[in-house]
Design a protein around this ligand. Structure first.
Ligand code: NAG
Ligand code: NAG
Ligand code: NAG
Ligand code: NAG
Ligand code: NAG
Ligand code: NAG
Ligand code: NAG
Ligand code: NAG
Ligand code: NAG
Ligand code: NAG
Ligand code: NAG
Length: 488
């Protein structure tokens, strides 16, 4: 029996055993985020809604509290706390209305209007305040990965990677897909009264699992009147979650497959971009500090698979909700102002859906490792196995030979890793030309915009970014400066 005194003693000991406030510091970070609430893909001309704008803004505000605010424990060392410094931050999104606008909304939360702090004094002594209560301009550059992704319902429409297209198409020829298609046929047909204004009877199947879920999910959020949402009583929460589970399975299998890593090309490109950006932070002793990129859920799924996150939780085989985000942080316990890379580690965080207030994303272990902080050298080793970091490697892994790959095909691409060795072993024997046709059939609403056409004809370029923001679109001089910065 313990006396009251010994309980008190135990409590005191427990207090003492708490870790001392660690001197851990964040030196830099990379954020990859999904857009907010939008209109349904199948209806075309997809756009961000006010709700979606609010979601990305809130998420951006939470990251402001985490990485930008001085008093935060995860404040990025040396990052400007109030007025943005363009050299410390870079932001990007594909050419896509929903993703570009989401990036802008997020950045408004990340660096909110600075009011009277955002003033300049001119030579003649008068002061000027920036418009909109000191609004801060942050250019959003364009990544060629994922152009028009929110207008396309099939992820490989935007990848232009031949072996990835073949690999994803293999899913539609698999026994797994067949059995799902058969076992859910009656279920999808039973939803005809909900779907028949937009889908034909033959389209009401597992084949369109995501597009159907997306269409009904959007309606369940926005369509208020019974005339805009006939038979809405059929969409019980049971039906909703079944549609979601089916869409999750469908999309995860298209985005990732253990035996065919090339299917996850979008995740490989992201892994390469993260590696390059964080390495650049280290190489410049922290001159560039924060990168923000917006992209589609399929890129999350591809990355989750490659980083072995589904082994941590089955949640990672499911589509992240709107305004979800993941972040890779460079962290250290060293007291050196900018430590050697041997004293730097990487921590991975993810949050499903909108971050609000002081909520922070959760830390997860990467690459099946037992620790939550991965020494930089280990992070580089593991990431290199899944990442695509150069045009030549991309051409080699994807098997593309035209456009920007014309000359790379002859190069031996000796830098390629185990990744490309097992890449794209298409067993189904579907030819590339046919694969493209199947892809197009799967797509309900192929909006072949000019950009897509350009990519198909002109080839696909990784890593090259052009500045195209609402702020600097017209300024050629500034884009030049920006690209100079990027090549540093
Ligand atoms: C943040 O910290 C820096 C350096 O310690 C200081 O100069 C700056 O005024 C602080 N900003 C705010 C908003 O507290
Ligand atoms: C100071 O210069 C600015 C910009 O040229 C001009 O708009 C403003 O009227 C000037 N103010 C005075 C007091 O001369
Ligand atoms: C990977 O893809 C192949 C071919 O599409 C399929 O047979 C296999 O079941 C898939 N593996 C998993 C784990 O889904
Ligand atoms: C699915 O149904 C079709 C036609 O009903 C049948 O030919 C096929 O064998 C079935 N596939 C499976 C995996 O049950
Ligand atoms: C859709 O199905 C409902 C219920 O079966 C029917 O009343 C309606 O006319 C159908 N609408 C169209 C466009 O076919
Ligand atoms: C929701 O409303 C939009 C716009 O009125 C309409 O196009 C769409 O078909 C509706 N969705 C459903 C599931 O009825
Ligand atoms: C990191 O940057 C340094 C210096 O630019 C370069 O030598 C090295 O190859 C880079 N490492 C990776 C993994 O990209
Ligand atoms: C998985 O998702 C559920 C429900 O959203 C959540 O409660 C749980 O914590 C998640 N698991 C992990 C490991 O994140
Ligand atoms: C996010 O939450 C949705 C349910 O809202 C779930 O289906 C999905 O698996 C989750 N994704 C991740 C990556 O946690
Ligand atoms: C810093 O030290 C704390 C306490 O020992 C530890 O939990 C944490 O993982 C360390 N962080 C890094 C980046 O090594
Ligand atoms: C390919 O290489 C040849 C000879 O080195 C060069 O003339 C040509 O411009 C290159 N083509 C492309 C698309 O890079």
């Amino acid at each position: 029996m313990l006396s009251k005194a010994s309980y008190t003693l135990l409590a005191l000991l427990a207090l003492l055993a708490l870790p001392v406030v660690s001197a851990e510091r964040v030196l830099g970070a990379y954020i990859f985020a999904r857009h907010g609430d939008r209109t349904a893909k199948v209806l075309g001309k997809t756009r961000l809604t006010d709700l979606g704008y609010r979601e990305v803004y809130l998420t951006g505000s939470s990251y402001h509290g985490m990485y930008i605010t001085n008093s935060s424990a995860s404040h990025i060392q040396g990052i400007n706390a109030e007025i943005v410094s363009q050299s410390q931050i870079s932001a990007s999104a594909p050419v896509d209305t929903v993703l570009q606008n989401s990036a802008v909304g997020f950045l408004q939360g990340l660096y909110p209007p600075a009011g009277s702090s955002a003033t300049q004094t001119l030579r003649n002594g008068s002061t000027v305040e920036a418009p909109l209560d000191g609004y801060q301009l942050i250019p959003v550059s364009v990544v060629s990965t994922g152009t028009g992704s929110e207008d396309n319902s099939w992820l490989q429409d935007t990848s232009n990677c031949q072996k990835a297209i073949v690999s994803s198409n293999d899913y539609f020829a698999s026994a797994l897909y067949d059995s799902m298609l058969n076992s859910t046929a009656a279920f999808y047909q039973s939803l005809a009264p909900l779907l028949n204004r937009t889908f034909t009877a033959s389209q009401m199947s597992f084949k369109n699992a995501y597009t159907i879920f997306d269409y009904l999910n959007v309606a369940s959020i926005h369509n208020a009147s019974s005339s805009s949402f006939p038979s809405s009583d059929l969409l019980t929460s049971e039906v909703y979650y079944q549609l979601l589970a089916l869409a999750n399975s469908h999309e995860y299998n298209l985005a990732y497959n253990t035996s065919e890593p090339v299917r996850a090309i979008a995740g490989s490109l992201l892994a390469g971009e993260v590696l390059t950006a964080l390495n650049n932070t280290i190489a410049t002793n922290g001159k560039s500090k924060l990168t923000v990129q917006f992209g589609a859920y399929a890129t999350f799924l591809s990355y989750f698979g490659l980083a072995q996150l589904p082994a941590v939780s089955v949640n990672f085989t499911g589509i992240p909700d709107y305004a979800s985000s993941m972040a890779w942080e460079l962290v250290t316990n060293s007291t050196d102002s900018f430590p050697a890379s041997s004293d730097i580690s990487v921590r991975f965080l993810f949050h499903n859906g909108t971050l609000t207030g002081s909520a922070q994303p959760t830390v997860y272990p990467l690459y099946g490792q037992p620790t939550l902080v991965l020494p930089w050298s280990d992070f580089v080793t593991y990431t290199a196995k899944i990442a695509v970091t150069s045009q030549a490697q991309w051409c080699n892994v994807c098997g593309n030979t035209g456009g920007v790959c014309i000359n790379s095909s002859s190069s031996t691409a000796s830098t390629s890793t185990s990744f490309s060795a097992s890449a794209g072993s298409s067993k189904s024997g579907i030819s590339r030309a046919v694969a493209g046709v199947i892809g197009a059939m799967v797509t309900l609403a192929v909006i072949l915009g000019l950009e897509t056409l350009f990519l198909l004809v002109g080839g696909f370029r990784i890593s090259k970014r052009a500045v195209l923001s609402s702020q600097t679109r017209d300024s050629k001089d500034e884009s030049k400066d920006e690209s100079k910065d990027e090549s540093k």
